[in-house]
Design a protein around this ligand. Structure first.
Ligand code: GLU
Length: 311
């Protein structure tokens, strides 16, 4: 087994980068379509032997992009911390859905009558609506502070991406109104949507995702030992990441990379190898399931070479 090193990250980055031509940038949110598909960044954060954090980065690890669905993992952890598991899971289930991330169909047909899990849009919109705060801005501020406690940098909303999604979100709007009808959304529907669009448009980098991933990997503590959430919140979030963190590619990714992870259509992936490391990857070219081609390849290679498998 090899130890993490700058050379290893460079090696994995240049190998995985060769595959990015197989993917395409997300186009359904107009502002994402213009991303440079050749970008590729990788970062890993671990605890050194003396307990100090050790950070490795390669390629475009500091390039900024929007979290998109990676934010769903943070919103879940934040809702678990602030509202508790009972409040969250009375509105959202914990089972994989087998449907597309933006599917509305089971809200109507399933006997459950609640979203299958917090990682699909329906579940995430309901989860975000639970965050404490008098309006959308206040909820997103709380979430950004929570994320900032993990990464050292409070993320900001990318206004262009936020507006681009808000103005083209017919499907998410339909989902939110359906949630309202089912009694799963408190308050104003547009307000709930606004908070969701803003959280998706929070800017991050592979390096920051690695730092945040470390907080999940170390059961709620940052790599430097500071606690940012309860172990239970980290554990439950990782369980959901493992079951449905990579859309309809979650099973294949679990087999290949063996670590809980959450992806987003901005091209980011955050992964957490328990007790070992947080990993962040970024490459905006996506595969057919909506996952970063670079990110899934790089994470699988890194997990294999460092034996990061959690299962
Ligand atoms: N903001 C995106 C949406 O709701 C997030 C999608 C994603 O990253 O899966 O469509």
């Amino acid at each position: 087994m090899r130890a993490a090193s700058p050379e290893l990250l460079d090696e994995v980055t240049s190998e995985a980068r060769r595959r990015v031509g197989e993917g395409r940038c997300a186009a359904y949110i107009p502002a994402l379509a213009g991303a440079d598909p050749s970008l590729a960044g990788l970062a890993l954060v671990e605890r050194g032997e003396s307990g100090d954090p050790r950070e490795f980065a390669s390629g475009d690890a500091d390039a900024r992009f929007t979290m998109q669905s990676v934010s769903k993992a943070f919103a879940l952890a934040c809702a678990l911390e602030t509202r508790g598991a009972e409040a969250v899971f009375s509105r959202v289930g914990v089972e994989p859905s087998g449907d597309a991330f933006n599917s509305i169909v089971r809200l109507e047909t399933s006997a459950r009558r609640k979203p299958f899990n917090p990682m699909i849009n329906a579940g995430a919109i309901a989860t975000t609506s639970l965050l404490p705060g008098e309006d959308a801005q206040a909820r997103v501020r709380l979430l950004a502070r929570f994320i900032g406690s993990m990464t050292g940098e409070e993320p900001r909303v990318d206004d262009g991406v936020y507006r681009s999604e808000r103005d083209t979100a017919a499907r998410n709007r339909s989902i939110a109104w359906m949630l309202k009808e089912l009694g799963l959304l408190d308050g104003d529907v547009e307000e709930a949507l606004d908070a969701y669009f803003m959280q998706c448009a929070l800017r991050t980098s592979a390096r920051e995702l690695a730092r945040a991933g470390a907080c999940f990997a170390f059961d709620g503590e940052r790599a430097d030992g500071v606690r940012v959430m309860r172990p239970e919140s980290a554990r439950v979030t990782k369980a959901l990441m493992c079951l449905c963190g990579l859309y309809d590619g979650s099973g294949a990714f679990a087999v290949a990379a063996g670590v809980p992870a959450k992806s987003g259509v901005g091209g980011g992936i955050m992964a957490a190898s328990r007790g070992r490391a947080g990993i962040g990857a970024f490459g905006p070219a996506l595969d057919a399931q909506g996952n970063s081609v670079f990110g899934t390849r790089a994470l699988s290679a890194l997990a294999e070479r460092l034996d990061l498998f959690s299962y």
